[in-house]
Write a protein that binds this ligand. Sequence first.
Ligand code: HEC
Length: 211
Amino acid sequence: MQTLRLRGSLPLTRLLRYGWVGLLVLLLAACHQDMYNQPRIQAYEPSSFFADGRGSRPSVPGAVAVNGVQTDEYLYTGFVEGELGDVMPFPVTDELLLRGQQQYNIYCAVCHGEAGYGQSMVAQRGGIVPANFHQQRLRDAPIGHFFNIITNGVYRGDPENGGYQSMYSYASRVEAEDRWAIAAYIRALQLSQNAEEADVPADQRATLGQP
Ligand code: HEC
């Protein structure tokens, strides 16, 4: 008898032999539907269960997000006892400035320009006037001012009374440490455009002007 060769390697024969296994897997996989389709509330869906009719619940007063404990006031606000501080909360290293440069170029340069003059495509075409960091007021501003601006943005008047926010807050997108790194980099940008011979350490002045 040679008509039925089940041991052969023909794909069709294999399919007939093992097809039932695949069918079983499909049937078993469908079993999770019962648990999967439980009654539940989607984000922002109304609910008659709660008195205020809202399905999404407000967070419990005093709740702190994971990694959200902010015990170091200066690190997170730029203020010391109500005054903007003029020191970095941690040491400035080459690495930190490079990080600041990278973050600045990602988040700020689109509007303020890579050199910080407030000249950019957005400024040209967007109908807004991003600040020029090389103006005297900002050269004199303490470093905490830059941290505070990045953290809270800039307001022109009170938004409740016809005012508006002219620059967005970056607190939700840039970590506090990186906001300081950007502030330090802006200081470096300011120095790069406004340094005097006296700012160069005495032992390096002789190298000025040399290629
Ligand atoms: C979408 C465009 C835009 C981006 C992006 C942007 N800014 Fe601004 N920024 C502005 C505008 C517009 C102003 C001027 C606001 C005003 O004068 O009302 C401003 C003002 C400022 C000022 C001056 C505040 C003062 O004392 O007058 C600083 C400092 C500043 N921005 C820093 C930053 C930094 C740092 C970033 C990146 C984290 C950034 N900005 C990203 C638009 C932008």
